[in-house]
Write a new protein. Structure first.
Lengths: 174, 139
């Protein structure tokens, strides 16, 4: 048999995995270039106590889950019950970043649905969100005690994602 | 006919809406040109396949503001591209930069063109060989 006959077959076999990977990837989810980097510098007020100012060094010392949320965000409502449950387990403090929101609506939300956050930072101008590379709430960052971002999840958190993606990363470095 | 006319009017007037900033942002025409050039090259990540120039999602508005500030601070176009890539990754730029893995992207067409040229050259050569062979054979 002529070797030329096999050339299309070989090309097909090379292309197949490329297409499978390319087509099954979720294009809306992008890898964050911030993974492995420090939390960007910021100085922002606390949502509950606007007189209090918070900066990146307030987040150091233990593992934290930084959750970007807003009352206009549908996915945030979806994941809220999970966050409340998670906060009850006392595994790590959950820090909220209230993104481009109205303060009163945000406070109402926390009163009505429960407040899972040890601390909520108010980013009204959205500049810290840009520095964090946020483009779609909800987004959740796992940050280690040294203030390094270990992982970012885009979209509502669930028990499954929490156990499969976040828990293993905390075990490694602890 | 009337419906068609209305549809056509809507179709062609919609392009006017694309200009989002009300009037120029910079008084310096050179800065304004750079600003417009940059924002048309940055992908709006919320509404992928739109640039932040043509989107009014608030993230696009925020990013335009950020770029405006960086330009006023005297940052170069490259520095601004870097600022965006550091936060959102290479995907944020419509025109991939000639660095890292992007080089493959830039050079791949050239590579395939070369392979194609080599294939054509070989086929033409072997066919020419074939004709001369058969000619000398029948002689």
């Amino acid at each position: 048999m002529n070797i030329k006959f096999y050339i299309p077959v070989i090309i097909f076999i090379i292309m197949l995995p490329i297409f499978i990977v390319g087509l099954s990837r979720d294009k809306s989810e992008l890898p964050s270039p911030l993974i492995g980097k420090s939390v960007p510098e910021f100085t922002l007020p606390s949502l509950l106590d606007p007189a209090k100012s918070i900066n990146q060094s307030s987040l150091k010392g233990k593992f934290i889950l930084l959750n970007v949320w807003a009352t206009w965000c549908v996915g945030c409502r979806e994941e809220h019950d999970f966050l409340v449950e998670l906060s009850k387990l006392n595994i790590l403090p959950i820090i909220g970043l209230n993104w481009r929101d109205d303060r009163d609506s945000a406070l109402n939300w926390l009163n009505e649905l429960g407040n899972p956050y040890a601390l909520t930072i108010e980013d009204k101008a959205g500049r810290t969100a840009i520095n964090l590379g946020v483009y779609g709430a909800p987004e959740s960052f796992l940050i280690n005690p040294e203030g390094i971002i270990l992982y970012k999840h885009l979209g509502p958190l669930t028990t499954k994602i929490w156990e499969n993606r976040f828990i293993p990363l905390m075990g490694q470095t602890r | 006919m009337k419906k068609l006319l209305i549809m056509l009017i809507i179709l062609f007037s919609s392009s006017v809406v694309i200009a989002i900033d009300k009037g120029p942002v910079f008084s310096d025409p050179e800065l304004q040109a750079r600003y417009e050039n940059i924002i048309s090259e940055v992908r709006c990540l919320v509404c992928q396949n739109q640039s932040i120039k043509s989107s009014n999602v608030f993230l696009a508005v925020d990013l335009r503001n950020e770029i405006k500030n960086l330009l006023s601070e005297g940052k170069s176009d490259n520095e601004i591209a870097e600022f965006l890539v550091d936060r959102y990754g290479e995907f944020v730029l419509y025109r991939p930069r000639f660095v890292g893995a992007n080089i493959i992207l830039w050079l791949a067409p050239l590579f395939f063109l070369l392979i194609g040229a080599m294939l054509i050259f070989n086929i033409v050569k072997s066919r020419a060989q074939l004709t001369t062979d058969s000619l000398t054979g029948s002689d």
